[in-house]
Design a protein around this ligand. Sequence first.
Ligand SMILES: [Zn+2]
Length: 369
Amino acid sequence: MSAVSKIDTQRNNDMKKINTLLLFVLSMSVASAQDTLTPAQMIVDHRQYSLNLRIEGDTLRVSGFYLIPYETYTRQPIKVDTAYSLPLADYRTADGAIVLRREGNWYPHRNGELLTAQVHIEADDYYILGGTEWLPSFDIHLVLLPKDQYACKVIDTPTRPFYFYRLASDTTQYPEAYYREFVDSYNFYCSFFGDSLSSKPMNIVEIGDPQFVMCQSLRDMIIFGHYFYDVYTMIPDFSWIPHEVAHQWWGDGIFFEYRDYALSESLNEYIKLQYLKSRGRGYEEQMEYYKAMMERAEKSLPIADIHSVESQDESIAIYHAAPYRLTLENTTTVNTTLQQLYSKYKHTVVSRDMFLKECKTLQDWLKSK
Ligand SMILES: [Zn+2]
């Protein structure tokens, strides 16, 4: 990596702005032309987007089109051209990285079928992490890391290469165990779900800006602030890493309707427990910790009713009590149920109704508190 240049001190602490990029990109479009498609172009059977992104100084220029399946009056799909600009300062972290990502579990879909998008990016001075093929439209997350600030460590594995990005100026020696945690948990879930996902690089992105205190698993990318490395060093045996890696399948491979924390988070945490159990380290301690957390709750909440994890009791019910209780069931049955659901519904959005229909054995668990 080249020498570290002056760190861009321009920052915007409004994390909400960073969080809302995707909605912004997809909804703030200014239609500049409107064409009705010819029958030959009508093969597009659901909404699609194609966007070109180009960086000019501190501005991101976006142009492209999206397709709407049919128009009410003409009954034909409509192509809408779009062109607009975004001020990059709103999305830049203090170390010069640009983070545009989707927020939460928001999946645009029609009857479970996802909208798709293609993004082409021109940004020579940056490592570009983001999709360049047809992907679910909510997955147009985009992270640009300045090449003169960030270093990339590559670890090759038989499944796919892992690219670990972090600030070049951070010379802390990270232990091998830290890197292995990503790779080992990835390999476990590959066989748990019978799906290795992709042979393209898996990007592990540590943002150097100390104000960046979020952690999220996006398709082919796990992004987090340096704070999370410190958290790892405190509790390496049951860290956040295998939780985020499991989301590559459970949340980024199969999707759950908006803010269904029981399906997306409790079950993901349960799947993580299976990894801890299989490697024979951290499982007992993790279960003990869940138990201690459960005792801290002021009241037990029915997990099926939880639509936010803002309060301590809600958070405990979703992240600790629910996975803990599920491990008391016949885990072979639970594992098989989840594996079958994944195989059948991957790349689609699963609603609560669909889940209950497919996973009858988990109905009581979902109602419990
Ligand atoms: Zn999670």
